[in-house]
Ligand binder design. Structure first.
Ligand code: 5RP
Length: 225
C-alpha cells in the first residue's frame, strides 16, 4: 500500500481542495487521512459562517464531519456539487481507491458529483496503475469471486483486520479482496470485467472519474486537470 506521504503533503492537498468549496454547495466528503484534512478545513470554514452540507462516504468521514460541525445529508435529499476524496494510486484521471475499504460508497458519491477533486501526495502518482485493486464482495461470494479474479490473471488476497483475528468487514457488511493484477494496461477493460462478476459489490478502479488532482508536497500544491 502506498501510505508513505508526509502529513504536511496530505494537509496541503486537502486544504487546497477545500478552497474550492463555495457557499451553498453540497460536498461529498471522502475517506482517508488526506480527505480528512479537507473535512477539517471545511469544518473550520463552517465555523466561520460558510453554509454547506456534506455527504459522507463512510462511517469514518461521517464521524469526523459531525465532530467538525458540518451539517450532513444523504443522496436521497441532496445532489453533490463537489466531491473531495483521496486515492491509493493516481494515473492521469484513473484511480485505485479502497485502502480504507470505503470504495463502494466513495464511488457512488464521487461519481454523482458535478466536480470530483482527488487529493493526494506524490507517493500516490504513477504512470500506469499497478496498485492491488480492492474488490468488495458479498461474504458468500468470496471464493467464486477469487476464482474469477484468478481467471483474469489476478492474485486475490482477503483483507484481514490489523489488530483482530478476522477479516475486514466494510460499512456495508461485506469482505474485501485485494487483487494484484500487476501493471494495469487497460483499466477500463479490467473495470468492466470486475463489474460483471457476480458477487462483486464494487471494485476500487475509478476510471476517468477524476476532474482534478491536487498533489500536495511539503512546499506547496500542484493542480492537474
Ligand atoms: C478509502 C480510500 C482512501 O481515499 C485512500 O485509501 C487514500 O487514503 P489516504 O489519504 O489515507 O492515503 O480510498 O477507501
Amino acid at each position: 500500500m502506498k501510505q508513505g506521504g508526509s502529513d504536511a503533503a496530505k494537509r496541503a492537498a486537502g486544504e487546497s481542495a477545500a478552497e474550492a468549496v463555495e457557499d451553498g454547495m453540497v460536498v461529498g466528503l471522502g475517506t482517508g487521512s488526506t480527505a480528512a484534512h479537507a473535512i477539517r478545513a471545511i469544518g473550520r470554514a463552517v465555523d466561520a459562517g460558510l453554509d454547506v452540507v456534506g455527504v459522507p462516504t463512510s462511517f469514518q468521514s461521517r464521524e469526523l464531519a459531525r465532530d467538525c460541525g458540518i451539517p450532513l445529508a444523504d443522496l436521497d435529499d441532496a445532489s453533490v456539487d463537489l466531491a473531495i476524496d483521496g486515492a491509493d494510486e493516481v494515473a492521469g484521471g484513473d484511480l485505485v481507491k479502497g485502502g480504507g475499504a470505503a470504495h463502494a460508497r466513495e464511488k457512488v458519491v464521487d461519481a454523482s458529483a458535478d466536480r470530483f477533486i482527488v487529493v493526494a501526495d506524490p507517493t500516490k502518482e504513477a504512470d500506469v496503475l499497478a496498485h492491488p485493486v480492492p474488490v468488495e464482495v458479498l461474504p458468500m461470494a468470496r471464493s467464486t469471486v477469487a476464482e474469477a479474479v484468478e481467471a483474469l490473471d489476478g492474485d486475490p488476497d482477503l483483507r484481514r483486520a490489523a489488530r483482530k483475528d478476522g477479516p475486514v468487514v466494510t460499512d456495508n457488511g461485506n469482505l474485501v479482496l485485494d487483487c494484484d493484477f500487476g501493471a494495469i494496461e487497460d483499466p477500463a477493460a479490467l473495470a468492466g470485467r470486475l463489474s460483471e462478476t457476480p458477487g462483486v459489490v464494487a471494485h476500487g478502479l475509478f476510471v476517468g472519474l477524476a476532474d482534478e488532482v491536487h498533489v500536495g508536497t511539503d512546499d506547496g500544491v500542484s493542480v492537474r486537470d
